[in-house]
Design a protein around this ligand. Sequence first.
Ligand SMILES: *Cc1c(COP(=O)(O)O)cnc(C)c1O
Length: 425
Amino acid sequence: MDMFDFKNGRLFCEDVDVNTIAEQVGTPVFIYSAGTILDHFDKVDRAWGEVPHLICYAVKANSNVAILRLLVNHGAGMEVVSQGELFRSLQAGADPQKIVFTGVGKTTAEMEYALRHDIFLFAVESLPELLRLNDVASALGKTARFAVRLNPDVDPHTHAHITTGRAVNKFGLDPDSTIEAYKRAKELSNVVPVGIHMHLGSQIVSGRPYIEAVQKMLAVVERLDQLGTKIEYLDLGGGMGLIYRDEQPCTADELIGEIKPLVKDLGMTIIMEPGRFVVGNGGILVTQVQYVKEGPVKRFVVVDAGMNDLIRPALYGAYHRILSTRNVGPEMIVADVVGPMCESGDTFAKDRRIPAVRSGDYLSIMTAGAYASSMSSEYNSRPKCAEVLVRGDQFFTIRHRATLDNLLCNEEIPDFLGQPLPEKT
Ligand SMILES: *Cc1c(COP(=O)(O)O)cnc(C)c1O
């Protein structure tokens, strides 16, 4: 379910007219529905039911601190991949005992920061990382709880750029190396194993890869048990897919219903780290048409959002539905919807049938809550756009449109080049 719907020919987010937000806040603007985001979180949470579980939202999907606070207030834990994401989570008020730190390249500084804040769990992805974690914890007089990230070598049948659980991917350890890491940990005094981790990739639409991977994980858990290492937490990662176009992803109930029988009697706590599933349907990117340009072989609808705001089409060839935010009449056109940037990849849709919009009309790029704003950049010196959160009949700016001064805020002109930058106002 999402809460973006047409009323009298105008697109609403919950009970707010999207056109009103675009007029007041300007474009491009990301608009999020609080109700939709919480509903999706609940879907995962409820599906586990009586099985002890912790849902750690994957911060990288959408890292706005207000979105994090919305989820924190709702009981969510956080899955973070950097010191920056951990900082954001703590600023949002997340309980450190519900934070999992994953990622292949944790630096010493990141480990120190996480240990000082007593996060719940480190997902360790290599033996050298485990050794470093032990050293860093030891220097701080702390003990780090860890889970080894198992690379189960299953194919999730998703886009190659977002596949992470195959042997050729840089993530995690194969089963034998995973066992070796836990064995090695027994000789280390400042790390303690509490769980085992996996994450297969993103935008996975079927339960099969999960089942296959969980079976492999449980085989490893059994071997660990024989070695006297008790696993209390099974972290199954994220990856649940969405409908962008015509995908038919299994629902949270279906997916978790399939996994549950395998794990529910083990007496373990399940951790899941959904990102895309929680926020993806909960956001749109509203952009204003600047020009309709008739080329010799194509028509282009040039909008004011660019690949710096939403890079998924350029990066993955991703499909996003594009709707007009108000009824502009029955006429349809076929066009490429493109941004203003100096890259041919700056294209949101090719040969797309859309309503016959004109300069000044708004278009809504749908399913833009995940891996959209959080992947945005200032390429072409385009200040980052605004973000708005809707709750019921109210809306709140949760990120102000960046200013031109913001573009230069960490830059400096050295003396030998003459005049410094004017004092910022
Ligand atoms: C990216 C990531 C997630 C979230 O993936 P989604 O597909 O957005 O659910 C969860 N866990 C880890 C370790 C990740 O890297």
